[in-house]
Design a protein around this ligand. Structure first.
Ligand SMILES: [Zn+2]
Length: 346
């Protein structure tokens, strides 16, 4: 059995359990919250508390600064980014406290962990990473950690990156295939069952229900994109993060840069995309929420293609945004792509 003692100590005053429900808000503040490294720890903790309370809709009682909340003795699971945090919450239910190291909207490939992140990891009971080279910073991050860490992409059939700094290595964005995500969910359920065997039955049941939802979303996604005119079935994005989705949906794929750890929006990348769009007469191009759309808008201007909108891959949105959950992300991207490629969005 894991020893949850440290959490009994450190959780006092931080918890807001009714607001930390599965499918609810990520466990950390979103964009606009300043980097944490230079801030005094006490100020930082209070700032995070206030921000989390405001994001989750928890009212701050007048006495909250003086009287700590009851201790939250649930195990703490730390994920590297918001998509994994949502998946873990769906499997964990209320039995685990799930947090994301990176905030909504943050670029996750080249993230630089802060001293506060390191403290959180040291206190966590379990750390979940995507693996496949997604988190370039992760190995350094977990070096010397006592908490176990589990790579949730273990066992997924990968697609290699075709060019750039990660050429020949697995494309890390495997969660963009619902089938691969089903493997993620099984791995998360195994990890939670190892961490907290008392609630294994609940984790298995949650994982089974979530897997059924994933299958339904996958079927709807494939069906929606399958109805596109074959001449329009090409997906042009900023990052090459859609290889798995494109494979599942039978779409040709082009992108400006292979992975967001590569140079972004170089003249050569823009020229290649322009050639692809012109040769195939692609009706719309897209960019992702965590990167600049400047180069892709240039491609649209120079080719006459529509700018089809923002896709989500490496981050969810805030709770009130378009993709507060991973299933919302799949549904949103499917609809944005289908609408733009059929001309419905223009
Ligand atoms: Zn990415």
């Amino acid at each position: 059995m894991p020893n949850f003692g440290p959490h009994l100590r450190r959780q006092a005053g931080r918890a807001c359990p009714p607001c930390a429900r599965p499918g609810g808000s990520p466990g950390r503040p979103g964009p606009g919250v300043p980097p944490t490294g230079a801030v005094l720890p006490g100020v930082r903790i209070l700032g995070v508390l206030l921000t989390v309370l405001s994001l989750t809709g928890c009212a701050l009682p007048p006495s909250a600064t003086a009287v700590p909340d009851p201790p939250d003795d649930r195990p703490v699971v730390l994920t590297t980014f918001t998509v994994l945090a949502d998946m873990a919450r769906q499997v964990a239910g209320d039995h685990v406290r799930v947090e994301s190291i990176t905030d909504v909207g943050v670029e996750i490939h080249g993230y630089e962990p802060t001293p506060d992140d390191l403290r959180r990891a040291a206190d966590a009971d379990l750390v979940l990473d995507n693996g496949l080279g997604l988190e370039a910073w992760f190995e350094r991050f977990v070096a010397g950690l006592d908490a176990p860490h589990v790579t949730v992409s273990e066992g997924v059939a990968t697609i290699p990156v075709g060019s750039g700094g990660m050429q020949g290595r697995p494309n890390p964005h495997a969660w963009m295939s619902p089938d691969a995500a089903i493997r993620y969910v099984a791995n998360i359920a195994d990890a939670l069952a190892d961490l907290d065997p008392v609630h294994e039955g609940a984790y298995r049941a949650n994982a089974a229900a979530y897997t059924a939802e994933l299958r339904a979303v996958r079927d709807a996604l494939v069906d929606r994109l399958d109805r596109l005119d074959p001449a329009r079935r090409a997906l042009v994005t900023c990052e090459g993060a859609f290889s798995y989705l494109a494979r599942d949906a039978g779409l040709a794929e082009s992108f400006l840069w292979p992975v967001s750890s590569d140079a972004q929006g170089t003249p050569q990348q823009v020229a290649r995309a322009i050639t692809f769009v012109r040769e195939r007469d692609v009706p719309a191009v897209f960019c992702e929420s965590t990167v600049s759309d400047t180069a892709q808008r240039q491609v649209a201007r120079e080719t006459g293609a529509a700018y089809g909108g923002v896709l989500y891959v490496d981050s969810l949105s805030l709770p009130g945004g378009p993709v507060p959950t991973y299933l919302d992300l799949l549904r949103h991207d499917t609809e944005v792509v289908a609408a733009a490629l059929t001309g419905a969005a223009s």
